[in-house]
Design a binder for this molecule. Structure first.
Ligand SMILES: O=P(O)(O)O[C@H]1O[C@H](CO)[C@@H](O)[C@H]1O
Ligand SMILES: Nc1nc2[nH]cnc2c(=O)[nH]1
Length: 295
């Protein structure tokens, strides 16, 4: 019998299933991405800057889960950005949608098999820090993976040695060089006043925090809270991807927060987030000589 987590979800995913999806994608597009971007709630416009696009609905990609959340279109977009080949997830998978953590992180391993070296994760998050207000952008310097701490971890179950070791370190999983570069870019764009580094915490959701929960997280040293990202970063780090993460602060504490308001802040800050990510990718050093195979 296959091992299962205490929530009953399967803890095994055959390596061939990732490979099958990667092979299918490579048969459908000539792009060979070096950089992958996961768009947070309301941040799907990050894909708009890609040139020579090849787009696939998640429903058409073998093995891919489906997006069920408003503000997550459910499309995988390949394209070129300032000489780099990229793939962008317009819509991510959350644990609260009922996906197993292996499914929520399935695309990350597929990206690895496609040749991706760097993963950019973005999300919408609530601020717990005094200095972070709605519309600000937090560069993630570290995370607290609350589900992971109690055993809800995408790496639970048999280890797939082809991707990485049984016991991967998570210290330094948000690349320091990319974080510094992003700050430099923010200064040049004149938006440094909106930006600071901080700690992101993932909670299970889907409810937003109670007042007492928000206070607790604040006391624990969390700057921003959301319901995603950490499992993707754990899996990316396990398989050796370099990671950059940013949180768009969409609300403060628990004050009258709702998903529509979260998406609205995404729309308001879309240009700035887009400029930052575009510039970061454009300046990014790529290690291999995987040249863009754009059509
Ligand atoms: O983390 P992303 O996908 O940006 O979405 C965040 O916004 C949604 C709540 O409005 C939750 O899904 C939370 O995780
Ligand atoms: N858990 C959580 N997720 C969010 N996503 C956007 N805002 C929030 C928030 O305040 N809390």
């Amino acid at each position: 019998p296959h091992p299962r987590s205490f929530t009953g979800t399967s803890l095994t995913q055959n390596h061939d299933e990732y490979q099958k999806t990667a092979d299918w994608l490579m048969s459908q597009t000539r792009h060979r991405p070096q950089v992958a971007i996961i768009c947070g709630s309301g941040l799907g416009m990050l894909a708009d800057t890609l040139k020579c696009q090849d787009t696939f609905a998640y429903a058409d990609i073998p093995g891919f889960p489906q997006s069920t959340v408003q503000g997550h279109a459910g499309r995988l977009v390949f394209g070129e950005l300032k000489g780099k080949s990229c793939v962008c997830m317009q819509g991510r998978f959350h644990m609260y949608e009922g996906h197993s953590l292996l499914k929520t992180t399935f695309p990350v391993r597929v990206f690895k098999l496609l040749g991706v070296e760097t993963l950019i994760v973005t999300n919408a998050a609530g601020s717990l820090a005094d200095g972070l207000k709605p519309g600000d952008i937090m560069i993630i310097k570290d995370h607290v993976n609350f589900p992971g701490l109690v055993g809800l971890n995408p790496l639970s179950g048999p280890n797939d040695d082809k991707f990485g070791p049984r016991f991967p370190a998570m210290s330094g999983c948000y690349d320091k060089g990319l974080r510094c570069q992003a700050m430099e870019i923010a200064k040049e764009l004149g938006v440094a006043g909106l930006m600071q580094e901080g700690v992101y915490a993932m909670v299970g959701g889907p409810n937003f925090e109670s007042i007492a929960e928000a206070r607790l997280l604040h006391r624990l040293g969390v700057d921003a809270v959301g319901m995603s990202t950490a499992p993707e970063v754990v899996v990316a780090t396990h398989c050796g991807l370099r990671v950059f993460g940013l949180s768009l602060i969409t609300n403060k504490d628990t004050d009258s927060v709702n998903h529509e308001g979260v998406l609205e802040v995404g729309r308001l800050r879309s240009k700035t987030v887009q400029q930052l990510v575009t510039e970061l990718i454009s300046r990014m050093e790529i290690n291999n000589n995987n040249t863009t195979n754009a059509v």
